[in-house]
Design a protein around this ligand. Structure first.
Ligand SMILES: O=C(O)CCC(=O)C(=O)O
Ligand SMILES: [Fe+2]
Length: 206
């Protein structure tokens, strides 16, 4: 499988991981450091970050991070028993979604943003396999700020992978990654600074 190098930073090497039942592509510096700094500051300041609650065993529990769901109006998203309606595009994020779509030759029309204040904020094991994302969804994950470890594990095989997601990097989870693998962002006591992650997704209009 071949992919064009993202247009934002053509000189960056792409690391390709061909795993059992999944393809991963990682661009360590998809955005230049100054562009990534600026975007992080802007998103941190300008978005309506929410502490969402999800239902676990019938109880409402606040998730250990803040988030924003954004995209085209039809992109409703059901996640752990809660229905999220998208916020309208922030102009910079509409532009970024279209750049990433072009670079990866794949449509993206919505994005889940997560803000992790420090290493205590995290996300547990899961897959982005909600039915509205369709079969074999491709998820493009842009990271800003504090570098954090990202873990993946196969659901059936004894197969795991750890990546360090750096400031300005882009990770594409492709193939049947969401069907056969789970991923998480673990707690990391030594991580002291903020990280913002954007996972661009595609939801087909009904
Ligand atoms: O913050 C990350 O890198 C992971 C985010 C993620 O898995 C998600 O938004 O579904
Ligand atoms: Fe995810």
């Amino acid at each position: 499988m071949t992919r064009a190098t993202p247009s934002d930073n053509r000189n960056q090497n792409c690391r390709h991981f061909s795993l059992p039942d999944a393809e991963l592509f990682y661009w360590p510096a998809y955005l230049t450091a100054p562009a990534a700094d600026l975007l992080q500051q802007q998103l941190s300041r300008e978005l309506h970050w929410q502490t969402a609650s999800i239902r676990i065993y019938g109880r409402e529990v606040a998730i250990p991070r803040r988030q924003v769901w954004m995209g085209e109006p039809h992109c409703r998203y059901r996640y752990s028993g809660t229905d999220f309606l998208p916020e309208p595009w922030h102009p910079r994020l509409r532009e970024l979604a279209s750049q990433i779509s072009q670079a990866l030759q794949h449509p993206f029309n919505c994005v889940l943003l997560n803000q992790y204040a420090d290493g205590q904020d995290h996300m547990g094991w899961h897959a982005d396999d909600e039915p509205e994302l369709g079969l074999a969804p491709q998820i493009a994950s842009l990271s800003l700020g504090q570098s954090r470890r990202f873990d993946l594990k196969h659901r059936q095989l004894e197969c795991q992978l750890q990546l360090l997601l750096q400031h300005g990097s882009l990770l594409l989870m492709a193939g049947t990654c969401q069907q056969y693998w789970q991923h998480r962002l673990p707690k990391q006591a030594q991580a002291k600074a903020e990280r913002i992650n954007l996972t661009f997704r595609y939801i087909a209009p009904k």
